[in-house]
Structure formats: structure tokens, C-alpha cells
Ligand binder design. Sequence first.
Ligand SMILES: Cc1cc2nc3c(=O)[nH]c(=O)nc-3n(C[C@H](O)[C@H](O)[C@H](O)COP(=O)(O)OP(=O)(O)OC[C@H]3O[C@@H](n4cnc5c(N)ncnc54)[C@H](O)[C@@H]3O)c2cc1C
Length: 543
Amino acid sequence: MAPTYDAIVIGGGHNGLVAAAYLARSGARTLVLEGRHKTGGAATTESPWPEAPEFSVTRLSYVMSLLPPTIINDLELAKHGYKIYPMGPYYQAFGEGGSIKLYADDAKRNYESVSKWSAKDADAMPKWDAWLAGLADVLGPLLLTVPPVLGSHKPKDLASTLRLAWRHRGLDIRTIADVTRLMTMSIADLLDDWFESPQVKGALAVNGVIGTWAGPYEPGTAYVMAHHSIGDVGDGHLGNWGFQEGGMGAVSSAIESAAREHGAEIRVNAPVARVLIEGRKAVGVVLANGDEIRAKVVVSTLHPKTAFLEQVGREHLPDDFVTDIEHWKSRSGVVKINLALAELPDFSADPGTQLQEHHTGSVEMAPTMEYIERAFLDARDGKPAVRPFSDGVIPTAFDKTLSPEGTHIMSLFTQWVPADWNEEPHTGELEAYADRMIDCYNELAPNFKSSILHRDIVGPYQMEHEYGLIGGNIFHGELSLEQLFHMRPAPGFADYRTPIAGLYYASSATHAGGGVCGIPGMQAAKAAITDKKASRRRIAGRR
Ligand SMILES: Cc1cc2nc3c(=O)[nH]c(=O)nc-3n(C[C@H](O)[C@H](O)[C@H](O)COP(=O)(O)OP(=O)(O)OC[C@H]3O[C@@H](n4cnc5c(N)ncnc54)[C@H](O)[C@@H]3O)c2cc1C
């Protein structure tokens, strides 16, 4: 007899763990099956250098912001070790001299910093912040909204579409126009409307291209910037970007601990081969070793191509759904470079290796919009960027648990290499790419190269083969307009349900993903719990 659970969650990334915690909390006997030797998925802390186990890096994702207070409170994550250090300012030093700092919550210092480059931009900055905050107030709550099935004529679907429209009845013509601009414009065009100095525009463009297979001149990148700038999803203000103590793996561990406390069982080294389907219903899974485990509810958190095309199988799915998943775009050209440093970067613009404010936030390599665009154009032409763009952070400015006293960890989130580098390891070329990236920083901080004790390079091939991030996309699928909201992961199935009864879907490829936000995990668990209650009511009604 195959062992039986109420619910099986495939994948122990943070969304799988959130789903398991909510399911277990509802009383379901829940099992998480994780293929790797550890949980966390892309939210993981690891020690990549066997010769230096005293260093730990937050190997893929590196900063928190989007986890809503509801999840933090429901799962009592603080009790389980969730502890965030708010990040310092955005920092960019320039080859021609000088630097810029942007503060998330200090308008006076922002003004002083920006006015060094443009008085007009310094005046525009508070208006820009207010404009963005206004739009975030509209878009934020949508992240916690289950997308309606647009176009469906079923009364239930029409009702949820109308409810959504009613909720937005207060919007005026200008706000709708601004949302339309945000959803359709490039970040470059949007910033050109607001600012004049290349330094300010470069700084503000970064969030428009993070994890995206698109340069700053591509339509839709304005929305990507907004996705990273939302401060409130409707249930309280989200933190500004911050570092989890112990790295992003500690976020996963906190959620795992909450799930275990509610009774969830978590197995690692347990790769799932396929979902068991009988009579158009999911009834369990088959592990790669052939073992069968049964459950009434199965929640998958894997990339959609793996979850549906490989593990469910085309033969069980409607043709148009299969086509939608086949067409799912999942590129990004991201390379993560993790460094152990003997000392902090000594920037010529702001000298000193002692800890200073500019080490505590993002330490960027994105001096202008054109610089970022050039890096993308190189990759689109089939070559790795000659001068890559980087969103760098030094979490050890606060967190002393990751490296020995006096040393530091620096995490460089860099772009771009060609979109097809997920197909081959490109090991030598990645080493050369990392050398160039390091040289770029070294031009601004001449001690940088010599301060590097160890380096770890994770390219798209490793992201796909070791972490299941197909195509190397960091969000299980691009945040492009045709893959958002009711389209994520496929029209008609954005409510965390799937064409297979009993199979729910909770990966970052659903609405509100990507990012370490846990919303897909929570929503899929809630959908399963709601359906179970409804089915109980139906059965009771028949008696
Ligand atoms: C380089 C990089 C940087 C990023 N930076 C940030 C950031 O700073 N902030 C942020 O908010 N987000 C960031 N992200 C995005 C964020 O990390 C992801 O969107 C999120 O972690 C995905 O979570 P998930 O649970 O949906 O999927 P995953 O984390 O991918 O979890 C899926 C799990 O399933 C497991 N699995 C795969 N196949 C099988 C199988 N056959 N059987 C069983 N288990 C299987 C995997 O091992 C994995 O543990 C980054 C991502 C990357 C890659």
C-alpha cells in the first residue's frame, strides 16, 4: 500500500514551504518533497568553497522586500528566526569622479545627493516618489488579489471580475492613465519624462531590468520597476529592501520551522518524477526512485514546463493550456557572482575600507541608462556583456553570521549573458565575464580585485540544472506584460488551480511571483482548503 497524506507539496522552495505551513495549519497531514539535499530553492544560504567553510553566501536571491505582513504574522516567522536588517542607500560611484546615493526614506538627504548632479532632478525627486507611491497603492493590493478568469461567462467568474472592477471604482482618469503608462512604457522613456541627469536615470533604471530579458528601452520595463517598488500589498506596509540575518536561506528555514511546528513532514533528496493522475484527478506522486505516495491534494511549485509538460504530461491537459505553457517565456541572462572579501571596497569617490554608509545598501554598477542598455544589446547579439551591469550588496555590513570577523561577503547580481546560455555550462566564458565584472568595480574601488579571497559564479546552466530554474529565469518566467496577473501562468488558470482536479499550482510563475513573497504558496494552499470545505458542504448537502 502506498503511504497516504492529505496533501503533498512538490518542491521545498520558499513557496512550497509556505503552502505546506498553511495546509498543515489547517489540519491537513502534509508532506513536502524536495529534490535537492536541502530546502529553500532560490532562497538559499550555502557555503560554496569547501576550502573555506567559514564563509556562507546567499547564493541566488539576496534581498527581501515583498513578503507580506499577513504571512509573517500568520506563520509567526519572527519566532522562527525571520529577522531583517533594513538596507542602506542605493550607491553608485562614477569613473569621472563623484558618486550618488539615493535614500528610500530620507527626502532631505536624497535632495542633497541628487542636487549635486541636477537641481532640476532634485526638485523632481519628491514628486516622483509621491507619484510612484500613489501608483503602488493601486498596484500593491492587486498582488494579494486572486486574478479573475477574464472572458469567462460563468456567473462565479463574472462576479469576481465585477468585484475587482467595483473595488477600483474610485480611480480617476489621471490615475488610470498613469497606470497605463506604467504598464506599457519603457523605464527609459518614463524616466526621460521626469529627469535630465544620466546619473539619476541610471540609478532609477536598475529596478526596471532586474531579472528581465529586456534592456531599459524595452516597453514593459517601467512595470518591472514598479513590481520592485511596491510598498504595501493591502495588508500593511512592506519592509523596505533588507537583508535577512543568515542570508536568504534563513527565510526558508524560518518558514520550514513554522511548517514543521504545524505538523508538516519535509523530505529532502526526494525528487518527484511525475504526478499520479487517475480519472482526470491528481491522486499523488511517483518519486524518481519509483516510490508512489498518495494524497487528495497535490501542490506543485516547480517551473511550469517541468510541472505540467513533464510531470503531468500533455496527454492529461487541454491542448490550449499545453500551447500556453509551451510558449511560456523564461529567459533572463542573469549571472550571480558571490565573493568573499578580505576588506570592504575602497571607492576613490568615497575613500576608506572602514564600514561606511555606502557599503550598507546596493553597491551598483549601472552608471547610466546607456551602460545598462549596452550590456543588454551585447547579450541579445549573442555575446556576454563586455561591461556587465550589477546590483551588488554586502550583507555582512550588518550580518556577522556569514563570514569571519573583519571579512565580508559581496553578492553581485549581474546581467547579461545570452539567453541560450542555459543550454551549455560556458564555464570558461563565465570566468572571463566575472573577471570583466570585477574589473569594472576595480576601476572605481582600486583595492577590489586584490581583496577577493574566493569567488563563486552561478550562470543560467547551473540555475537550470541544479535549481530547476528553466532557462535561467530567476522568477520561473519573465515578468513581461503578457505573463502577468490573469495570464500567469496561463489564461483561465491564474487562480492557483490547474486543469487537473486536486492539483494546485504555487510557483513564482503564478500571480504575485516572482520574488521571495510567499504569496503563490499561501494562495494555492487557501484554494485547496476552500475547495475541500466546499466539497464537504456538497457531500453534506447530498445526505
Ligand atoms: C540569482 C537570483 C537572484 C534573485 N534575487 C532575488 C531577490 O534578491 N529578492 C527576491 O525577492 N527574489 C529574488 N529572486 C527570485 C526568487 O528567489 C524566486 O522567485 C523564488 O525564490 C522562487 O521560489 P519558489 O518557491 O517559487 O521556487 P524555487 O525556489 O525554485 O523552489 C522550487 C523547489 O523545487 C525543487 N525541485 C525542482 N525539481 C524538483 C523535483 N523534480 N522534485 C522535487 N523538488 C524539485 C527545487 O530544488 C526547489 O527547491 C532571485 C532569484 C535568483 C535565481
